[in-house]
Design a protein around this ligand. Structure first.
Ligand code: CMC
Length: 451
């Protein structure tokens, strides 16, 4: 960035640049002093240009102000691209609907981590690496027993994943690429085991050990639903649907939980602790907690006939009610993941022979009414991925409290890929945002007896 001139100066320094350079800068003019600052513009492969403000403070003494990151690119990433206006989501360049249809979760995990689709031998090795890390240190079972049985499984997952750093000391050195890789495999592999354990613990059933002969999704279903007393038969349609749900949630650019993981990791914290931080952020109802909130909302509405009254409440700012599963910070169009999820939802209900599922009927009616309503049209509010995912999961027999946990299983791949990308960046620095301070100016301490 260059400071260029005051209005009184005869020729702005801008002219020192060649014409092509000028096109690659944006000019910030301080109207108080008249000083102009040339800020470089950087092109990505896709998406808007960014204004490089890294040197703005050093050169001008100003910070930028963007509290909820409405216009801020917080990093340079090659993993996921979203065009919110067009409703496009690409992982390493591949459209999400193609991946959901043609790929499988572990292949997508490899793609996110390594940048390319694996060759057959690479896929086999990767699957083997993940499969052979699915078991947990036996002591983790004892650790689990410290939780209350009625804990929310996200509370258990958050604590248990954080605790993994106390079990796997041999993969905590983030400067060793091999240890980073082992930690990544461990996290991807152990997350379904921990998630299923959180469920089993809450219903008082024995933990089920992972089975390495099963696919990632089938193994998870088996750990969730099998019991020692009888054989559990995995329905391949449900395993496929679970796999698709995982693909659709695998990564989503710099969302709140991913940014949390990057921020935590920027200080050099170990990956288990960073992913625990991501889980905490995901838990909120504005983020991963929305799939659970959609079902609670549909139950509260209770009947199709009550929808118009509910919509009225959503539009009333004083009521503080949101239409859960609708709206997105980035998508101002149909969330491409919701399109796949909607289709998948019908497939699963057909397979299970569930006809006239009242929650699905209500969801479809709610969607129809909302999409025709001026309030939602004006604000570009469309269904997001979570609008339909809860209905599928519920039909599969997954309890509502486990919905966000399943989101966390999937997103672990995105978190760990983004963490890896950040750690491997040359010159990586700790993230340290600044602030607009609006508190009290410097003042003298007042002793207690004088207050
Ligand atoms: N229902 C009703 N009004 C809404 C909704 C909604 N779901 N979402 C946004 N609005 C309104 C909002 O009140 C505001 O209105 P106004 O301009 O009159 O003040 C306008 O639309 C813009 O919304 P915003 O709150 O500025 O948007 P945001 O980008 O800050 O929030 C969001 C995005 C996802 C947090 C929000 O849309 C929301 O709370 N949706 C419901 C929760 C949900 O489904 N979350 C899952 C997101 S997808 C999964 C994930 O990525 O985790």
């Amino acid at each position: 960035m260059t400071k260029s001139s005051t209005p009184d100066a005869p020729t702005p320094k801008l002219n020192e640049h060649s014409l092509s350079d000028v096109r690659k800068t944006a000019t910030l003019i301080d109207n108080l002093t008249g000083i102009r600052f040339e800020l470089p513009l950087i092109d990505g492969t896709l998406g808007p240009k960014v204004i490089d403000i890294r040197k703005l403070y050093t050169d001008s003494g100003y910070f930028t102000y963007d509290p909820a990151f409405m216009s801020t690119a917080s990093c340079d990433s090659k993993i996921t691209f979203i065009d919110g206006d067009q409703g496009i989501l690409l992982h390493r360049g591949y459209p999400i609907d193609e991946l959901a249809e043609k790929s499988d979760f572990l292949e997508v995990a490899y793609l996110l981590l390594h940048g390319e689709l694996p060759k057959a031998s690479e896929k086999q090795t990767f699957e083997r690496n993940i499969t052979y890390h699915t078991m947990l240190h036996e002591q983790v079972h004892e650790f689990f027993r410290g939780f209350r049985r009625d804990s929310h499984p996200m509370a258990v997952l958050c604590g248990a994943v954080g605790a993994l750093s106390s079990f796997y000391h041999d993969s905590l050195d983030i400067h060793d690429p091999q240890q980073r890789e082992i930690a990544s495999h461990r996290l991807i592999a152990k997350m379904p085991t921990l998630a299923a354990m959180a469920y089993k613990y809450s219903v008082g059933q024995p933990f089920v050990y992972p089975r390495n002969d099963l696919s990632y999704s089938s193994n998870f279903l088996n750990m969730m639903f099998s019991v020692p007393a009888e054989k559990y038969k995995i329905n391949p349609v449900l395993a496929k649907a679970m796999d698709r749900i995982l693909i659709l949630h695998a990564d989503h650019e710099q969302n709140a939980s991913t940014s949390t993981v990057r921020m935590a990791g920027s200080s050099g914290a170990n990956p288990f602790a960073c992913i625990a931080a991501g889980i905490a952020s995901l838990w909120g109802p504005a983020h991963g907690g929305a799939n659970e909130a959609v079902i609670l909302m549909l139950k509260e509405i209770g009947h199709k006939n009550n929808i118009p009254e509910f919509i009225k409440m959503v539009k009333d700012k004083n009521a503080g009610v949101k239409l859960m599963g609708f709206g997105h910070r980035v998508y101002k169009n149909y969330d491409p993941r919701a399109t796949v999820m909607r289709r998948s939802c019908h497939e699963v209900l057909d397979e299970l022979g569930i006809k006239n599922e009242p929650l699905l009927e209500m969801a479809m009616e709610l969607e129809r009414i909302a999409l025709e309503d001026e309030y939602f049209i004006e604000r570009k509010l469309y269904p997001n991925v979570d609008f339909y995912s809860g209905i599928i999961l519920r039909a599969m027999g997954i309890p509502t409290s486990m919905f966000t946990v399943i989101f966390a299983i999937a997103r672990t791949v995105g978190w760990i890929s983004q963490w890896k990308e950040m750690i491997e960046e040359p010159g990586q620095k700790i993230s340290r945002p600044r602030q607009l301070y609006s508190g009290a100016p410097k003042r003298k301490y007042v002793p207690l007896h004088k207050r």
